[in-house]
Design a protein around this ligand. Structure first.
Ligand SMILES: *Cc1c(COP(=O)(O)O)cnc(C)c1O
Length: 439
């Protein structure tokens, strides 16, 4: 069995040899299909409770073939917008395996979800009132739940911490009178059968996430005791397991997290509750990379700079918040073979026209030359599928690959590169004369 690194080296060399990345297409995203299947299998094995629905947070990789691959591994979809729902449906994910979360669902979205039988977690008291009206107007097979903000605090990345005291998500559990209100809301609505919490994403320690799950579990126990029956039948424990961006090691693992949950929330896995999970980054990040050509190299003020085709257009967070989102960069030569040699500090710059468009600053790497390649590692989630249209750079192609021992890598297209014609059409070409006509 090849190591992750061996598979990556092989894939880079074959991608360059096959011309998938080259002078014409100087950047692309890649997904290691075997690694994705491994991650999904590990997740299934880690949560060995009787009734578990693992959904994939579509926002982490909104690509139809990826959702189909994950469905093939038994995963459903967690969606948070009409677009994400459309992607999940295009992938063939059934409504029964789809969960709708979002703090801003419109009346039309809610109506559609209930008509389709998609599970909905109400995010606010006002949204619950909308559900009241819908439930009265037509029968639904949707599982309906409430998102609770357990207010257990934030992690190291504020923007991704959803369980702070003042977070915009869910119904704040620890605010004055909130617990009593929630108990009453459930008592008055026998159709509320699920509680949901998602404490946060990258930067949130798993211990904090487990505290949040404990808070919803305890609330569910209280609701059920008051009802004298198992009214809350499922707990949606969210996603958010952090990813190690500093080496090929997967840490924490899904097994680590399941063990932590079992130790923190006694009874969670005893079969009384069905469970729903919503992992995104931890399922995909380590299976993906961006591969880009080095177009030029230069030096300025004593700093070596490699100007590549991978920048803010596909690594927005890394470029704008480098302390929170450092990425590993691997150096390859013009043939796609690992570059070796003594490391020299270099900036790895992108193609965008602003000075901060750097994916690595002062990074020790074997000296890069024009025509070489750089790979941005662990970018399978929230990178190449999250295009930022700066400088009208086209969305790059995305390719999935697999390689048996001793064979060349086989690539399939996950998403075609955006063409200039498509880019111009998105830039309003159909309305070219409309502004000048406004006289
Ligand atoms: C973003 C999000 C997730 C997935 O988070 P990851 O960090 O990608 O695992 C799951 N549930 C909800 C409600 C989210 O907003």
């Amino acid at each position: 069995m090849r190591t992750v690194e061996d598979r990556r080296h092989r894939a880079v060399e074959d991608a360059v040899r096959q011309g998938i990345v080259g002078p014409q297409q100087p950047v692309a995203g890649f997904l290691d299909v075997d690694a994705i299947r491994d991650a999904a299998r590990t997740l299934r094995e880690a949560f060995r409770a009787p009734r578990v629905l693992h959904t994939f947070a579509v926002k982490a990789a909104p690509l139809v073939p990826v959702l189909r691959l994950l469905a093939d591994e038994g995963l459903g979809c967690e969606v948070a917008s009409p677009g994400e729902l459309a992607l999940a449906r295009a992938a063939g994910t059934s409504p029964a395996r789809t969960v709708l979360d979002s703090p801003a669902k419109t009346g039309a979205e809610l109506r559609e979800a209930l008509a389709l039988g998609i599970a909905v977690n109400a995010d606010s008291r006002e949204e619950l009132a909308r559900l009241d009206a819908l439930v009265q107007s037509a029968p639904t097979s949707s599982t309906l739940g409430l998102r609770v903000n357990p207010q257990v605090g934030g992690g190291s990345i504020g923007a991704l911490s959803t369980a702070t005291a003042t977070s915009k998500f869910g119904i704040a559990l620890r605010d004055e009178g909130a617990r009593a209100w929630l108990l009453r809301a459930c008592a008055e609505r026998p159709w509320l059968t699920r509680l949901h919490a998602h404490v946060g994403s990258q930067g949130c320690p798993p211990e904090l996430m487990a505290e949040g799950v404990r808070a919803v579990y305890e609330l569910a126990e209280e609701v059920n005791a008051a009802a004298g029956r198992q009214q809350i039948a499922t707990l949606d424990i969210g996603g958010g397991l952090p990813v190690n961006f500093s080496s090929d090691e997967v840490t924490p693992t899904f097994h680590d997290y399941a063990r932590l949950l079992a130790g923190t929330v006694h009874g969670l896995f005893d079969g009384r509750y069905g469970l729903v999970t919503e992992f995104g980054r931890s399922l995909l990040a380590k299976s993906g990379m961006v591969l880009a050509r080095v177009e030029y190299t230069k030096s300025a003020g004593g700093r070596r700079i490699a100007v590549t085709h991978a920048g803010a257009q596909l690594a927005v967070r890394t470029v704008f918040a480098p302390e929170s989102w450092p990425l590993r960069v691997a150096a390859y030569d013009a043939q796609g073979r690992p570059r070796t040699g003594p490391a020299v500090a270099q900036d790895v710059a992108g193609p965008c026209c602003f000075a901060g468009d750097l994916v690595a600053v002062d990074r020790p790497l074997p000296p890069l030359e024009a025509g070489d390649h750089v790979a941005l590692l662990d970018t399978g989630a929230y990178y190449f599928a999250h295009h930022y249209a700066y400088n009208s750079l086209p969305r790059p192609g995305v390719y999935g690959y697999t390689a048996a021992e001793g064979e060349t890598t086989r690539f399939v297209t996950v998403r075609s590169p955006q063409t200039l014609a498509e880019l111009v059409a998105e830039g309003g070409a159909a309305h070219a004369a409309d502004l000048t006509a406004l006289r």
